[in-house]
Design a protein around this ligand. Sequence first.
Ligand code: OTU
Length: 646
Amino acid sequence: MGKELNAARTLEILLNSIELPKLSKKDEKVFLHRLDQHFPALAERLFELYGDRYEFFWYLQQLVITLAKAFSQRSRQLKNKDELRLQEPRWYRSEKMLGMAVYVDLFAGDLKKLVDKIAYFQSLGVNYVHLMPLYKCPEVESDGGYAVSDYRKVDPKLGSEKDLKVLSAAFNEAGINLVLDFVFNHTSDEHKWAKAAKAAKAGEAEFEDFYYFFEDKQQVDEFNQTCREIFPTVRRGSFSYLEDLNRWVWTTFNSFQWDLNYSNPAVFNAITGEMLFLANIGCDGLRLDALAFVWKQKGTQCENLPQAHTLIQSFNLCLQIVAPAVQFKSEAIVHPDEVAKYIAKDECQLSYNPLLMALMWEALATRQTQLLTASLTKSFEISTDCAWVNYIRCHDDIGWTFDDDVAKQLGINGFNHRRFLNHFYTGRFDGSFSKGVPFQENPSTGDCRVCGSLSSLAGLESALDTRSSKMIELAIKRVRLLNSINLSIGGIPLIYQGDELGLLNDYDYLTDPSKEQDSRWVNRPNIHQQDFDEVCKPTSPMAKIHRQLVEMIKLRQSLPVFGEAETHILETYRPHLFAYARVHENGERLLAICNFSEHRQDVPTSICDILGSRKVHDILNREYKPYHENIIFEAYEVKWLMVVNT
Ligand code: OTU
């Protein structure tokens, strides 16, 4: 094959050379139309990655067969949903969207019992539920399910494949979008591909090429020189030595998570089949786990390489052909400029917003909003076809992924600042309100990340220890402040299980030998009935947190300005205040201002000029009195200002 690819001609030859599964006339028309639309772009991208392979055309044939099979297996109901969603491509930008991430077992027990929690989700207004990985995985250690042994099997502890289908149908019926994990950077070492690779005699079998094996230690050392260490307390470097095989295998994360070798087109084809299987379960979103790591190249950090983007765009095109109702969510917890590169209609329509997450905590610790304001002014805006998934806490650690250059312009030294933040959030800074736990402290780089629940990190745990009602009040206010930003700044707010109940850190993991080394479990609470009951008690701090959250959710879901509206980050010229405006094309405008300190602040009413009038009221605190020269903010207070309609 030459350097150029005639994609349309290739498709024609290809379709003449393979046999497609039987489809109804109508389905065949749809499938061929989608191929016409998307195959040229797909073939071009794959040609960039694999065009130098002499059997490239054969791989394309196999891929189209995989796509056709998956399309033929997609249910009528899901095909109808595909059509609907194609008509309404920006559904995820609606103010009605509200997400929650839950572990099936920790939150409900199992998949069957999760069906009973639908009413709970609905009572909160939750309509997007991310189920933490629920696939078959190694029994003892599975990195919380992120070591997948079989993408098509459900972890028997959680239920069966049938239970998952039933749940998916029930979610659909209830208008809840289901998000599943697409863990495609690695499989567990118990996956059948890994087993086949292990069984192969060196250099013989096709599955050896599914992973990266090295016999030569020097190769490993060379890669280690430029790759970032992700789990340095588990093992140094990115490789694990396999004694039986006398070889090294690439393991970016735990030693039982083997990185897939995407330089091999057979891996792309095989994993596409698994991805489409997940799509056909009936999910609305796939969370692309650890997507930054999927392409490796010597001499680089092996993160965020251009080929990783080409690969993800190719997966996206496969989805466009078979299951266009499904959106990709990027999980790139990397430098903000790199996070942005994954966000595009033809790559990931949704993306976690790790910058907002980290900097809300940064501002809470420092009581200063300059880094938050400057960083978001630079990086918050994304394509209007896409949406952020904002979050305050997730099942992982907090990594301080801000841009050091932005910090430098403010006179902040990135390295020292991260050190301070780690100290502040792990009890090594006098006067800190926070109770977090360090994660993956790297002795050579001084790097560290932080874990803890929203309430504990915001000071509720230590406040309850001291029994100071003043401290408790302040902690509740901090939680409300972060929740308010999450719900109103623009994007899908994602609530992490237990945070809506104000749960504290759960230290039970320390008694479980399979978890004690991984402090992220401190924030993966096992939720009990008493936790749900607690928020019904009128005087409990947890109840207050819950009530305030529910109030804000109701407001969010009642006004379009919280949905598909532009966000403008504002300079308040007040060191402790953070502000942004939301502007909807229907004329609705909202100004959110919050005080990141426990001291009273004020700002002139001229800040309301962005709303077109200084006659405003605060819809959040139902403050309907006029403001004169200044608007006053008490400790950690938030206001949502809108113009008074006269
Ligand atoms: C993801 O996170 C998951 O969210 C983790 O729970 C998994 O352990 C991991 O992948 C492996 O599957 O290192 O500490 O820079 O930070 O992708 C979390 C990106 C992780 C990584 C992120 C990864």
